[in-house]
Design a protein around this ligand. Structure first.
Ligand SMILES: C[S@@+](CC[C@H](N)C(=O)[O-])C[C@H]1O[C@@H](n2cnc3c(N)ncnc32)[C@H](O)[C@@H]1O
Length: 348
Protein backbone atom coordinates (compact mmCIF):
# COMPACT_ATOMS: atom_id res chain seq x y z
CA UNK A 1 0.00 0.00 0.00
CA UNK A 2 1.46 3.40 -0.91
CA UNK A 3 2.11 5.78 1.97
CA UNK A 4 0.36 9.15 2.33
CA UNK A 5 2.43 12.26 1.72
CA UNK A 6 2.49 14.93 4.43
CA UNK A 7 1.11 18.15 2.94
CA UNK A 8 1.94 21.61 4.22
CA UNK A 9 1.19 25.23 3.41
CA UNK A 10 3.70 28.06 3.49
CA UNK A 11 2.18 31.38 4.62
CA UNK A 12 4.16 34.66 4.63
CA UNK A 13 6.48 32.54 2.54
CA UNK A 14 9.27 35.08 1.91
CA UNK A 15 11.99 33.18 0.07
CA UNK A 16 10.76 29.83 1.36
CA UNK A 17 12.78 28.91 4.44
CA UNK A 18 9.94 26.71 5.69
CA UNK A 19 9.40 25.38 2.19
CA UNK A 20 12.98 24.20 1.85
CA UNK A 21 13.02 22.62 5.32
CA UNK A 22 9.81 20.62 4.83
CA UNK A 23 10.66 19.73 1.20
CA UNK A 24 13.80 18.13 2.62
CA UNK A 25 11.62 15.83 4.72
CA UNK A 26 9.71 14.58 1.69
CA UNK A 27 6.63 16.71 2.46
CA UNK A 28 4.57 18.34 -0.27
CA UNK A 29 3.77 22.06 -0.35
CA UNK A 30 0.18 22.46 -1.58
CA UNK A 31 -0.24 26.22 -1.13
CA UNK A 32 1.91 29.29 -0.51
CA UNK A 33 1.16 32.98 0.04
CA UNK A 34 3.49 35.97 -0.18
CA UNK A 35 2.51 39.41 -1.49
CA UNK A 36 5.94 40.96 -2.08
CA UNK A 37 6.73 40.72 -5.78
CA UNK A 38 10.50 40.46 -5.37
CA UNK A 39 10.06 37.56 -2.91
CA UNK A 40 7.55 35.88 -5.22
CA UNK A 41 10.11 35.93 -8.05
CA UNK A 42 12.83 34.36 -5.93
CA UNK A 43 10.41 31.80 -4.54
CA UNK A 44 9.34 30.82 -8.06
CA UNK A 45 12.96 30.67 -9.29
CA UNK A 46 13.85 28.23 -6.51
CA UNK A 47 10.73 26.12 -6.05
CA UNK A 48 9.00 26.42 -9.44
CA UNK A 49 5.78 27.93 -8.06
CA UNK A 50 4.66 31.53 -7.68
CA UNK A 51 2.99 32.07 -4.28
CA UNK A 52 -0.52 33.50 -4.14
CA UNK A 53 -0.68 37.14 -3.00
CA UNK A 54 -2.20 38.98 -0.06
CA UNK A 55 -3.40 36.55 2.60
CA UNK A 56 -6.13 38.93 3.72
CA UNK A 57 -7.78 38.43 0.33
CA UNK A 58 -7.58 34.65 0.31
CA UNK A 59 -10.76 32.76 1.05
CA UNK A 60 -9.88 29.90 3.43
CA UNK A 61 -12.22 27.61 1.45
CA UNK A 62 -9.93 28.00 -1.57
CA UNK A 63 -6.92 26.59 0.29
CA UNK A 64 -6.45 22.87 -0.50
CA UNK A 65 -6.47 20.34 2.37
CA UNK A 66 -3.18 20.03 4.23
CA UNK A 67 -1.60 18.58 7.39
CA UNK A 68 0.84 21.28 8.57
CA UNK A 69 0.49 25.08 8.50
CA UNK A 70 3.73 27.10 8.57
CA UNK A 71 3.62 30.84 9.18
CA UNK A 72 6.46 33.18 10.04
CA UNK A 73 3.98 36.03 10.26
CA UNK A 74 5.08 39.68 10.56
CA UNK A 75 4.82 40.97 14.11
CA UNK A 76 2.13 43.52 13.40
CA UNK A 77 1.04 45.60 16.35
CA UNK A 78 -1.72 43.72 18.15
CA UNK A 79 -3.33 46.96 19.20
CA UNK A 80 -6.63 45.46 20.31
CA UNK A 81 -5.12 42.61 22.31
CA UNK A 82 -5.77 42.30 25.98
CA UNK A 83 -9.06 44.13 26.12
CA UNK A 84 -11.25 41.06 25.76
CA UNK A 85 -9.14 37.92 25.32
CA UNK A 86 -9.89 35.33 22.70
CA UNK A 87 -10.35 34.62 19.03
CA UNK A 88 -12.43 37.73 18.31
CA UNK A 89 -9.75 39.96 19.76
CA UNK A 90 -7.34 39.04 17.00
CA UNK A 91 -9.47 40.72 14.32
CA UNK A 92 -7.64 43.06 12.03
CA UNK A 93 -4.25 41.44 12.44
CA UNK A 94 -2.47 39.04 10.13
CA UNK A 95 -2.62 36.47 12.90
CA UNK A 96 -6.40 36.54 12.43
CA UNK A 97 -5.91 35.53 8.79
CA UNK A 98 -3.82 32.57 9.90
CA UNK A 99 -6.60 31.64 12.36
CA UNK A 100 -9.28 31.91 9.64
CA UNK A 101 -7.43 29.27 7.66
CA UNK A 102 -6.84 27.07 10.71
CA UNK A 103 -10.53 27.25 11.66
CA UNK A 104 -11.68 26.27 8.19
CA UNK A 105 -9.07 23.59 7.44
CA UNK A 106 -8.27 22.20 10.91
CA UNK A 107 -4.77 20.91 10.12
CA UNK A 108 -3.06 18.48 12.48
CA UNK A 109 -0.12 20.79 13.18
CA UNK A 110 0.33 24.57 13.24
CA UNK A 111 3.79 26.19 13.39
CA UNK A 112 4.25 29.89 14.04
CA UNK A 113 7.62 31.62 14.05
CA UNK A 114 8.46 35.12 15.14
CA UNK A 115 11.00 37.38 16.82
CA UNK A 116 11.73 36.56 20.46
CA UNK A 117 10.33 39.94 21.49
CA UNK A 118 6.82 38.75 20.60
CA UNK A 119 6.67 37.08 24.04
CA UNK A 120 6.90 40.43 25.82
CA UNK A 121 4.95 42.56 23.36
CA UNK A 122 2.20 44.65 24.96
CA UNK A 123 3.07 43.46 28.49
CA UNK A 124 2.88 39.80 27.34
CA UNK A 125 -0.78 40.22 26.36
CA UNK A 126 -0.18 39.60 22.63
CA UNK A 127 1.48 36.28 23.31
CA UNK A 128 -1.27 35.24 25.70
CA UNK A 129 -3.88 35.98 23.04
CA UNK A 130 -1.99 33.94 20.45
CA UNK A 131 -1.71 30.92 22.76
CA UNK A 132 -5.29 31.07 24.02
CA UNK A 133 -6.65 31.56 20.50
CA UNK A 134 -4.86 28.45 19.28
CA UNK A 135 -6.20 26.54 22.30
CA UNK A 136 -9.73 27.75 21.52
CA UNK A 137 -9.25 26.40 18.03
CA UNK A 138 -8.55 22.94 19.49
CA UNK A 139 -4.74 22.81 19.70
CA UNK A 140 -2.38 21.81 22.48
CA UNK A 141 0.33 24.44 22.29
CA UNK A 142 4.05 24.26 23.10
CA UNK A 143 6.53 27.07 22.60
CA UNK A 144 10.24 27.68 22.97
CA UNK A 145 12.84 30.27 22.06
CA UNK A 146 15.30 28.43 19.82
CA UNK A 147 18.84 29.64 19.17
CA UNK A 148 20.19 28.81 15.73
CA UNK A 149 23.75 28.32 17.00
CA UNK A 150 22.53 25.06 18.54
CA UNK A 151 21.63 23.73 15.11
CA UNK A 152 24.91 23.85 13.24
CA UNK A 153 25.04 27.42 11.97
CA UNK A 154 27.42 30.23 12.86
CA UNK A 155 24.74 32.86 13.46
CA UNK A 156 23.20 33.71 16.80
CA UNK A 157 19.53 34.13 15.91
CA UNK A 158 16.90 33.54 18.57
CA UNK A 159 13.33 32.98 17.48
CA UNK A 160 10.13 32.06 19.28
CA UNK A 161 8.61 28.91 17.81
CA UNK A 162 5.01 28.02 18.65
CA UNK A 163 3.75 24.55 17.75
CA UNK A 164 0.08 23.64 18.12
CA UNK A 165 -0.99 20.01 17.72
CA UNK A 166 -4.49 18.61 17.43
CA UNK A 167 -4.68 15.29 19.35
CA UNK A 168 -1.16 15.37 20.72
CA UNK A 169 1.57 17.63 22.10
CA UNK A 170 4.88 18.61 20.60
CA UNK A 171 7.95 18.17 22.82
CA UNK A 172 10.85 20.47 21.93
CA UNK A 173 13.17 18.22 23.96
CA UNK A 174 13.11 15.69 21.10
CA UNK A 175 14.94 18.12 18.78
CA UNK A 176 18.54 17.10 18.15
CA UNK A 177 21.13 19.82 18.55
CA UNK A 178 24.42 19.91 16.61
CA UNK A 179 27.89 21.18 17.42
CA UNK A 180 28.30 24.92 16.78
CA UNK A 181 30.09 26.34 13.77
CA UNK A 182 32.16 29.51 13.60
CA UNK A 183 32.11 32.19 10.91
CA UNK A 184 35.42 30.73 9.69
CA UNK A 185 33.60 27.52 8.65
CA UNK A 186 31.44 29.29 6.06
CA UNK A 187 33.87 31.81 4.55
CA UNK A 188 34.59 31.85 0.84
CA UNK A 189 38.24 31.57 -0.20
CA UNK A 190 37.90 33.89 -3.19
CA UNK A 191 35.52 36.62 -4.17
CA UNK A 192 35.13 40.29 -4.87
CA UNK A 193 35.81 41.18 -1.23
CA UNK A 194 35.32 44.68 0.18
CA UNK A 195 38.10 45.53 2.65
CA UNK A 196 38.46 48.36 5.15
CA UNK A 197 41.66 50.39 5.15
CA UNK A 198 43.61 50.10 8.41
CA UNK A 199 42.92 53.78 9.09
CA UNK A 200 39.18 53.06 9.08
CA UNK A 201 39.03 50.73 12.09
CA UNK A 202 40.40 50.00 15.56
CA UNK A 203 41.09 46.52 16.91
CA UNK A 204 40.68 45.99 20.65
CA UNK A 205 43.55 45.31 22.99
CA UNK A 206 43.58 41.53 23.58
CA UNK A 207 42.81 42.06 27.29
CA UNK A 208 39.33 43.25 26.26
CA UNK A 209 38.55 40.40 23.86
CA UNK A 210 36.38 37.62 25.19
CA UNK A 211 33.78 35.33 23.74
CA UNK A 212 30.23 36.12 24.81
CA UNK A 213 27.79 33.40 25.88
CA UNK A 214 26.15 33.71 22.48
CA UNK A 215 29.44 32.77 20.82
CA UNK A 216 30.13 36.28 19.48
CA UNK A 217 33.63 37.69 19.71
CA UNK A 218 33.54 41.49 19.40
CA UNK A 219 37.03 42.33 18.26
CA UNK A 220 36.98 45.92 17.03
CA UNK A 221 35.04 48.77 15.51
CA UNK A 222 35.00 51.13 12.58
CA UNK A 223 36.22 54.58 13.54
CA UNK A 224 32.76 56.05 13.44
CA UNK A 225 30.28 57.34 15.96
CA UNK A 226 29.76 55.56 19.21
CA UNK A 227 26.54 55.90 21.18
CA UNK A 228 26.80 59.23 22.94
CA UNK A 229 24.31 58.78 25.71
CA UNK A 230 25.24 56.79 28.76
CA UNK A 231 28.74 55.84 27.61
CA UNK A 232 31.08 55.95 30.58
CA UNK A 233 34.69 57.05 29.96
CA UNK A 234 37.01 54.13 29.15
CA UNK A 235 34.17 51.79 28.13
CA UNK A 236 34.51 52.46 24.39
CA UNK A 237 35.91 48.94 23.91
CA UNK A 238 32.48 47.47 24.77
CA UNK A 239 30.42 46.41 21.78
CA UNK A 240 27.27 48.06 23.10
CA UNK A 241 28.85 51.50 22.70
CA UNK A 242 29.11 51.04 18.94
CA UNK A 243 26.31 51.11 16.44
CA UNK A 244 25.78 47.64 15.01
CA UNK A 245 27.02 48.44 11.47
CA UNK A 246 30.31 49.66 12.96
CA UNK A 247 31.08 46.53 14.96
CA UNK A 248 33.71 44.06 13.80
CA UNK A 249 33.55 40.39 14.82
CA UNK A 250 36.21 37.71 14.94
CA UNK A 251 35.72 34.84 12.49
CA UNK A 252 36.50 32.42 15.34
CA UNK A 253 33.13 33.13 16.93
CA UNK A 254 29.55 33.34 15.73
CA UNK A 255 27.85 36.22 13.95
CA UNK A 256 25.03 38.31 15.42
CA UNK A 257 21.51 38.12 13.96
CA UNK A 258 21.35 39.28 10.36
CA UNK A 259 18.62 41.94 10.50
CA UNK A 260 15.94 42.47 7.87
CA UNK A 261 16.39 46.25 7.86
CA UNK A 262 19.97 46.15 6.59
CA UNK A 263 20.03 46.61 2.83
CA UNK A 264 23.74 47.24 2.22
CA UNK A 265 25.17 44.35 4.22
CA UNK A 266 27.46 46.20 6.60
CA UNK A 267 28.62 43.08 8.41
CA UNK A 268 32.34 43.32 9.15
CA UNK A 269 34.68 40.47 10.05
CA UNK A 270 38.34 40.28 11.04
CA UNK A 271 40.57 37.59 9.51
CA UNK A 272 43.63 37.25 11.79
CA UNK A 273 45.97 35.29 9.52
CA UNK A 274 45.63 37.97 6.83
CA UNK A 275 45.26 40.82 9.33
CA UNK A 276 42.36 42.29 7.38
CA UNK A 277 38.82 43.48 8.02
CA UNK A 278 36.33 42.79 5.27
CA UNK A 279 32.60 42.73 4.68
CA UNK A 280 30.77 39.44 4.62
CA UNK A 281 29.63 38.75 1.07
CA UNK A 282 25.95 38.30 0.32
CA UNK A 283 26.65 34.61 -0.42
CA UNK A 284 28.24 34.23 3.01
CA UNK A 285 25.18 35.86 4.61
CA UNK A 286 22.96 33.22 2.98
CA UNK A 287 25.31 30.53 4.28
CA UNK A 288 24.90 31.99 7.78
CA UNK A 289 21.18 31.29 7.33
CA UNK A 290 21.98 27.73 6.25
CA UNK A 291 20.94 28.19 2.61
CA UNK A 292 22.77 25.90 0.17
CA UNK A 293 25.20 27.20 -2.46
CA UNK A 294 22.81 26.59 -5.33
CA UNK A 295 20.04 28.79 -3.87
CA UNK A 296 19.11 31.49 -6.40
CA UNK A 297 19.26 34.93 -4.75
CA UNK A 298 17.89 38.29 -5.89
CA UNK A 299 20.26 40.18 -8.21
CA UNK A 300 19.16 43.40 -6.50
CA UNK A 301 21.47 43.43 -3.47
CA UNK A 302 19.15 45.52 -1.29
CA UNK A 303 16.35 42.99 -1.85
CA UNK A 304 18.70 40.07 -1.32
CA UNK A 305 19.90 41.34 2.09
CA UNK A 306 16.33 42.10 3.18
CA UNK A 307 15.02 38.70 2.12
CA UNK A 308 17.92 36.97 3.85
CA UNK A 309 17.39 38.87 7.12
CA UNK A 310 13.65 38.15 7.03
CA UNK A 311 14.05 34.43 6.53
CA UNK A 312 14.49 31.49 8.89
CA UNK A 313 17.61 29.47 9.61
CA UNK A 314 17.22 26.35 7.47
CA UNK A 315 19.01 23.73 9.65
CA UNK A 316 16.98 24.86 12.69
CA UNK A 317 13.62 24.66 10.90
CA UNK A 318 14.69 21.43 9.20
CA UNK A 319 15.40 19.88 12.62
CA UNK A 320 12.03 21.21 13.87
CA UNK A 321 10.32 19.65 10.83
CA UNK A 322 11.98 16.28 11.44
CA UNK A 323 10.99 16.33 15.10
CA UNK A 324 7.37 17.28 14.33
CA UNK A 325 7.12 14.49 11.78
CA UNK A 326 8.65 11.93 14.18
CA UNK A 327 6.24 12.90 16.94
CA UNK A 328 3.00 13.71 15.12
CA UNK A 329 2.83 11.50 12.07
CA UNK A 330 2.60 7.72 12.07
CA UNK A 331 4.60 5.32 9.94
CA UNK A 332 1.77 5.33 7.38
CA UNK A 333 3.18 8.59 6.07
CA UNK A 334 5.92 8.88 3.51
CA UNK A 335 8.99 10.56 5.02
CA UNK A 336 12.41 11.13 3.48
CA UNK A 337 14.93 12.90 5.68
CA UNK A 338 17.38 13.89 2.97
CA UNK A 339 20.14 15.55 4.98
CA UNK A 340 21.08 16.20 8.55
CA UNK A 341 22.55 19.43 9.85
CA UNK A 342 26.19 18.40 9.65
CA UNK A 343 25.71 17.26 6.07
CA UNK A 344 24.27 20.67 5.28
CA UNK A 345 27.61 22.11 6.23
CA UNK A 346 29.34 19.84 3.74
CA UNK A 347 26.93 21.02 1.05
CA UNK A 348 28.13 24.61 1.28
C1 LIG B 1 9.13 37.53 8.40
S1 LIG B 1 8.88 37.36 6.70
C2 LIG B 1 8.78 35.61 6.53
C3 LIG B 1 9.95 35.05 5.79
C4 LIG B 1 9.88 33.55 5.52
N1 LIG B 1 9.61 32.77 6.70
C5 LIG B 1 11.18 33.06 4.86
O1 LIG B 1 11.69 32.01 5.22
O2 LIG B 1 11.72 33.76 3.99
C6 LIG B 1 7.20 37.85 6.52
C7 LIG B 1 6.74 37.87 5.07
O3 LIG B 1 5.33 38.11 5.06
C8 LIG B 1 5.02 38.84 3.88
N2 LIG B 1 3.69 39.45 4.09
C9 LIG B 1 3.38 40.49 4.92
N3 LIG B 1 2.06 40.75 4.85
C10 LIG B 1 1.53 39.86 3.96
C11 LIG B 1 0.21 39.65 3.47
N4 LIG B 1 -0.81 40.42 3.87
N5 LIG B 1 0.01 38.66 2.59
C12 LIG B 1 1.05 37.88 2.16
N6 LIG B 1 2.33 38.05 2.58
C13 LIG B 1 2.56 39.03 3.48
C14 LIG B 1 6.17 39.84 3.77
O4 LIG B 1 6.30 40.32 2.45
C15 LIG B 1 7.36 38.99 4.23
O5 LIG B 1 8.05 38.44 3.14
Amino acid sequence: MSKAIIRFIDLFAGIGGFRMSFDRCGCQCVFSSEFNEACQKIYEANYGEKPQGDITKIDAKDVPDFDILCAGFPCQPFSICGKKMGFNDTRGTLFFDVCRIIKEKQPKVVILENVKYLINHDKKRTFKVILSTLEELGYTVSHKVLDSTKFGVAQCRERIIIVGVRDGKFEFSDMQESAPLTIRDILDEDGDFEYLDKSEYTLLDTKYIRQQKTGLIFIGYRNKNIWNKGVRPNTEYLSRCHRQPNRIYSIDGTHPTLPSQETSGRFWIYIPEKDVVRKLTIKECYKLMGYPDNFIIDTNKGNAYKQCGNSVVIPMIHELAKSIIRQCFTKEYHVKFTTNNRQLKLNF
